[in-house]
Ligand binder design. Structure first.
Ligand code: ZN
Length: 240
């Protein structure tokens, strides 16, 4: 089913079509949709999506591994880096600019989550924790989960110092002209595989937020943030 606002579906939003096939709407807002750190801009954008509910959930992000269940009502006062959810009308959001926006959802059940995973989070196995937490909280098997590692700082641009070496296995690094670069896609994939997810359920975006046009990038000096979100497009009763 096409989105009601064709402009957003074509230009402003990075998306993974598999989410929509499973009954979810989600993605990463690009630069053209403006600074999603700005609550007013955020509200405007999500209203334009004409979703049934507009309970926007944001976190005070700390590069940690804490995950909350997003529920209707309540305050947005949580310090953490990820959401899991199973209710309609709620839009869990994390803000990113180079960090990995990780999306996980079920192909069978109306459960979904979104996570902010920078290199610090990845070093703390946050992709692994995100998948295992979804399995534990909702009592589902890894085989029914799908994951998307959205656009983030790629191995092309993620130059790191030698002090980062101790946090990741050697295969995560590309050594080029004495410089060290970190491959967050590979590490995310390996962490998700360790949770029992099949390899063909995991999509890795090859778009780099630093050198691909259209994204905000912390490394390039942008202070703006993009919103990564996922929400139920329709109620469970509408599912096959
Ligand atoms: Zn790059």
């Amino acid at each position: 089913m096409p989105l009601k606002n064709p402009d957003i579906s074509t230009s402003g939003l990075w998306r993974d079509e598999r989410m929509e096939k499973a009954g979810f709407l989600g993605g990463l807002t690009k630069r053209s949709l403006g600074n999603m750190r700005d609550a007013q801009n955020r509200k405007r954008f999500f209203e334009s999506l004409q979703l049934k509910g507009q309970d926007l959930k944001v976190l005070s992000q700390v590069h940690g591994t804490k995950i909350f269940e997003a529920e209707k009502g309540g305050e947005n006062i949580f310090e953490g880096d990820g959401w899991v959810c199973r209710q309609e009308g709620i839009i869990p959001i994390v803000l990113v600019a180079d960090c990995v926006p990780l999306f996980i959802w079920s192909r069978k059940n109306p459960i979904f989550g979104v996570f902010h995973v920078g290199w610090r989070g990845m070093a703390k196995s946050f992709a692994y924790i995100a998948s295992t937490e979804m399995q534990r909280v909702y009592n589902v098997k890894a085989e029914e989960l799908l994951a998307s590692v959205g656009p983030h700082i790629g191995a092309c641009c993620c130059e790191v110092g030698p002090e980062i070496k101790e946090f990741f296995p050697p295969e995560d690094f590309v050594v080029d002209k004495q410089k060290l670069r970190l491959d967050l896609n590979l590490e995310a994939k390996n962490q998700l595989l360790r949770t029992g997810m099949p390899e063909n359920s995991i999509y890795l975006s090859s778009e780099c937020t630093v050198c691909s046009p259209g994204y905000f990038s912390f490394r390039k000096g942008d202070s703006e943030r993009m919103a990564a979100f996922i929400t139920a497009k329709e109620g469970p009763s509408c599912r096959k």
